[in-house]
Design a protein around this ligand. Structure first.
Ligand SMILES: *Cc1c(COP(=O)(O)O)cnc(C)c1O
Length: 413
C-alpha cells in the first residue's frame, strides 16, 4: 500500500508538543496530574460538569446507552455513526436518522442539519417519555462529513426544551464543524473558533467524543455531561468496563496527548489547512469529471461509485469494485460506504444501500500535497477505464457488520 485513506480515525501524525506530553505522562492510578490537564482541556471547550474518560468514542456510547436506553426507547440523531447505532440497538432501543434525503451533488452549506419537522413528528408519534436523549452528530460523518449549523442546533435545542428532552452531541469532528460555521454561517466570520465550540456546547446537555478524530490523538475518548445523577450511574459502568474515573481506559500519557491536541485542533491555521486540503482533492476530482459527493466535507472525499459505474448494479457492489481498483492501480486504500455496508437485512436478504460511495478519508497532518496529487492521478486513471471495471460477489461474510470482514471475488462477465 502507498497511501492509506481507509479512515481518519487515530491515523494522524502527532505534533512535537503532543510527543512531549507523552514523555510527561504521569501514570498514577488515581488523580494523576495528566488527568487534571486532560479534564481542564476538555472543559475549556466543553464546560460540562462531569468529564468521564474512555478508551474510544464507542466506549462512551456503550456506557451512556447501557444506562439510558433499552427496549421501547427511541434515539433520534441527524445520522447515527455505525458504532453509535449498534450501541443503541444492542440495548433493544431503536436508532432513528433524521437527515433529510439529499442528492449527492446538491450544494448546501449545512447538509448535515437535522430535519426539525421530522424530529417533531417522531416525538409526537413515539411520545417524549420513550426518548431518553436526542443526538446531533457534528460533523455528520455517515452523511458525507457535512457540517451542522448553529441555527439548526438552536432549533433542535428549542424542541428539546419544549418536550423536556436532553440533547447530546456526538462531537467527534467539532473543530471542523466550527470552521464550517465560521466560514459559512452569517454572523460568525470573525468569531474565534473556541468561542464557536463553546456556543455549540452551551446548546447541549452532554457529549460523546472520539479523541481519535478532533482530539488529534491515536486513541481516546470521553463522555461529558451536566446531570449529576446520570454521571454517577455512568461512572459505575465506567469502573466496571474501562477503569477508574481519572483515567478511563487510557494511560496518563494518552491523556496528555489529547489535552495538547485539543489546544492545537482549534488553531485557525491548522483548520484552514485541514479543510483546504480535503477540498483540494475533491475539487481536482470534480474538475476531472469524477462524480463526488458535494460540497466537499471536512475529513473525506466521497466518490460516487454508482454514478461512475452505472453498468455495475448495486448488488454487485460498485463501491467495493472501485475501492479494489484504486488499490490495484495505485496502492490507495479507501473504504466502501454503500451496499456492502448497508445492504444486509436482519433477515439475511439484501437490498441496495441508499448510495454506493467510496470514502477517501484524509488522516490529519500526515500526507503532503504531492501525495494527494498522486491520489488524484490514480483516481483519474481508474475513472478513464471505468467501463472495464466489473462487479464482485461475496464469497464469505459474517452474519452482521459484514463490511469489516467479508471476502470478495470478481465476477467474470
Ligand atoms: C469514530 C466515530 C465514533 C466512534 O469513535 P471510536 O473512537 O472509533 O470508537 C462515533 N461517532 C462518530 C461520528 C465517529 O466518527
Amino acid at each position: 500500500m502507498i497511501i492509506d485513506l481507509l479512515t481518519d480515525s487515530g491515523t494522524g501524525a502527532m505534533s512535537r508538543d503532543q510527543w512531549a506530553g507523552i514523555q510527561r505522562g504521569d501514570e498514577s492510578y488515581a488523580g494523576s496530574p495528566s488527568w487534571f490537564r486532560f479534564r481542564d482541556a476538555v472543559q475549556k471547550l466543553f464546560p460540562f460538569r462531569h468529564v468521564i474518560p474512555t478508551h474510544q468514542g464507542r466506549a462512551a456510547e456503550k456506557i451512556l446507552f447501557s444506562v439510558i436506553a433499552g427496549p421501547g426507547k427511541v434515539v433520534p440523531n441527524n445520522s447515527h455513526f455505525d458504532t453509535t447505532r449498534a450501541n443503541v440497538e444492542v440495548t433493544g432501543a431503536e436508532a432513528i436518522d433524521l437527515t433529510p434525503p439529499r442528492k449527492p451533488g446538491e450544494l448546501l452549506p449545512f447538509k448535515g442539519d437535522l430535519d426539525v419537522d421530522a424530529l417533531e413528528r417522531v416525538i409526537s408519534e413515539r411520545g417524549a417519555e420513550s426518548i431518553p436523549v436526542v443526538f446531533m452528530t457534528i460533523t455528520n460523518n455517515s452523511n458525507g462529513g457535512q457540517p451542522v449549523s448553529l441555527a439548526n442546533l438552536r432549533a433542535v435545542r428549542e424542541i428539546c426544551d419544549r418536550h423536556g428532552l436532553p440533547l447530546f452531541l456526538d462531537a467527534c469532528r467539532f473543530a471542523e464543524n466550527a470552521w464550517f460555521i465560521r466560514t459559512r454561517e452569517p454572523g460568525y466570520e470573525s468569531t474565534p473558533i473556541p468561542d464557536i465550540v463553546r456556543e455549540m456546547a452551551a446548546l447541549a446537555d452532554g457529549m460523546t467524543m472520539s479523541a481519535k478524530k478532533d482530539g488529534l490523538a491515536n486513541i481516546g475518548g470521553w463522555l461529558a455531561l451536566n446531570d449529576d445523577g446520570l454521571a454517577e450511574r455512568c461512572r459505575e459502568v465506567l469502573i466496571l468496563t474501562e477503569g477508574f474515573p481519572t483515567y478511563g481506559g487510557l494511560a496518563g500519557r494518552d491523556l496528555e496527548a489529547i489535552a495538547q491536541g485539543l489546544e492545537e485542533v482549534v488553531d485557525e491555521d491548522y483548520l484552514r489547512y485541514r479543510i483546504r486540503s480535503t477540498a483540494y482533492l475533491g475539487e481536482a476530482l470534480v474538475a476531472s469529471g469524477v462524480p463526488v459527493l458535494q460540497p466537499i466535507g471536512g475529513h473525506a472525499v466521497y466518490l460516487d461509485a454508482r454514478a461512475l459505474l452505472p453498468h455495475i448494479p448495486p448488488l454487485e457492489y460498485p463501491g467495493q469494485s472501485l475501492a479494489c481498483a484504486l488499490y490495484v492501480e495505485g496502492g490507495i486504500r479507501g473504504c466502501e460506504i454503500g451496499t456492502v455496508m448497508f445492504g444486509q437485512r436482519p433477515d439475511g436478504t439484501e437490498a441496495p444501500g441508499p448510495m454506493d460511495l467510496v470514502r477517501l478519508a484524509i488522516p490529519r497532518r500526515t500526507y503532503t500535497q504531492s501525495h494527494i496529487d498522486y491520489v488524484i492521478e490514480v483516481v483519474r486513471s481508474v475513472a478513464e477505464r471505468a467501463a472495464d471495471l466489473r462487479g464482485l460477489r461475496i464469497v464469505d461474510a459474517p452474519r452482521s457488520l459484514r463490511h469489516f470482514t467479508a471476502r470478495f471475488a470478481p465476477l467474470s462477465s
